[in-house]
Design a protein around this ligand. Structure first.
Ligand SMILES: *[C@@H]1O[C@H](CO)[C@@H](O)[C@H](O)[C@H]1NC(C)=O
Ligand SMILES: [Zn+2]
Length: 381
């Protein structure tokens, strides 16, 4: 009995330390699509620039609520690309104060639901030091939580963006591999923006610059990195989220903002067509009507281009796995999804140990939890 215990303990210690294989330099012979891609600025499939679709990734971070939903409905619902397919957007959603009935509505529009953690807690050193176990609770559990309360298929949830863009080495990518998550969109690049870095896998060592350390150095097959290719602001400084750009046009100058967006877009469109990100928080575009209108004009312009497409981030990963030239891409059927119902419930007041000051009300598509869902108890059972 005692011996068994020792064995069990030894196994537990071993599992904890669980040293990952170090990523070796990437060789194009060994690493091939669809399951492996070396990091680089080369166009997937060796396509020519003019045969390559220019993907535009519009993403929004943080909670979904009745306020920001107005922007999403007005800006995106009923908007189509030039191939007749509805546009895509990706929402990196954190749990607290999210209205899950609205998440269900976004999903039913064919937009992409992705993860941004359960707690989104401060300070950012929490994320920097987060262990595998911490991140399993934040993202592995959030995948189940999102699927449960918004009543959407778990397989539809593929992407992750870590709060404050603060990764902690290998651990989040390990969690992703173990939780069935497919891609991460957290890591900015400022060195590979012209030409821009295309998405790649972590089977082999990455050549991406590590803007916010620690970056992954282990071999973690099956996980994709969708690099956040930075913008360049008016003073020549880089920024990975549009609302973090420092030197920007006057916030009331629509025309100057339109030009600012176009200048950054053209670095991709006239370069190697690496996916162009418009990564932002909704408050930024709703607070400044001139920026909203500039974004709307930009989307109108892209929707009139024959070789540019506003899509969900997961669709870019799909395309990179199986790259096809523009004419073939255009002739494909639009993405499909199975709409799901939302048996609407308003639940509360619910209490939580992490916040002793107040009670929560949750809007969900399921039966009410008995306590406020949080780390370690994602379904609030
Ligand atoms: C990631 O894994 C590699 C390979 O095991 C290791 O050398 C490196 O120190 C790890 N990084 C961190 C931040 O733990
Ligand atoms: Zn956030």
């Amino acid at each position: 009995m005692k011996r068994l215990l020792v064995l069990v303990l030894a196994a537990a210690v071993w599992a904890q330390e669980d040293v990952l294989p170090r990523a070796e330099p990437c060789g194009r012979q060994a690493c091939q699509l669809p399951s492996c891609r070396c990091s680089g600025t080369d166009i997937p499939g060796g396509l020519n620039v003019r045969d390559t679709p220019q993907f535009v990734l519009l993403t929004f971070d943080d909670g979904v609520n009745v306020g920001n939903m107005v922007t999403y409905r007005n800006l995106l619902f009923n908007r189509r690309n030039s191939n007749g397919c509805p546009v895509g957007t990706t929402y990196y959603i954190n749990h607290e104060y999210t209205d899950y009935t609205l998440v269900n509505e976004l999903y039913n529009q064919g937009l992409e639901i992705a993860l941004h953690s359960i707690s989104h807690q401060t300070p950012d050193t929490y994320w920097k030091e987060a262990t595998y176990d911490d991140l399993k609770l934040e993202f592995g559990d959030q995948r189940r939580q999102m699927s449960h309360f918004a009543n959407i298929p778990i397989d539809a949830i593929k992407g992750v963006r870590i709060p404050f863009l603060q990764i902690s080495g290998n651990s989040s990518f390990q969690v992703m591999a173990d939780s069935g998550l497919e891609y991460d969109c957290t890591m900015p690049t400022i060195n590979q923006i012209n030409p821009g870095l295309w998405p790649y896998t972590l089977d082999y060592a990455s050549t991406q610059d590590c803007v916010i350390p620690q970056c992954p150095t282990a071999s973690i097959p099956g996980v994709w990195v969708l690099p956040m290719v930075s913008w360049v602001d008016l003073s020549g400084f880089t920024c990975s989220m549009v609302d973090s750009c420092f030197s920007v046009p006057p916030l009331t100058d629509e025309e100057a903002w339109f030009q600012f967006i176009i200048t950054n877009f053209e670095r991709h469109y006239k370069g190697n067509r690496s996916p162009f990100g418009f990564y932002v928080h909704e408050w930024y575009v709703s607070s400044y009507p001139a920026i909203y209108r500039a974004l709307e004009r930009f989307l109108d312009m892209v929707n009139n281009l024959q070789d540019a497409f506003v899509v969900n981030s997961a669709e870019v990963i799909e395309w990179v796995k199986n790259p096809v030239p523009v004419p073939e891409y255009r002739s494909r059927p639009c993405r499909s999804w199975v709409p799901t119902a939302c048996p609407r419930q308003s639940c509360g007041p619910l209490t939580s140990d992490h916040n002793v000051w107040g009670a929560y009300w949750m809007q969900i598509c399921n039966t009410c939890p008995s306590t406020y869902p949080w780390l370690g108890n994602p379904l609030g059972q």
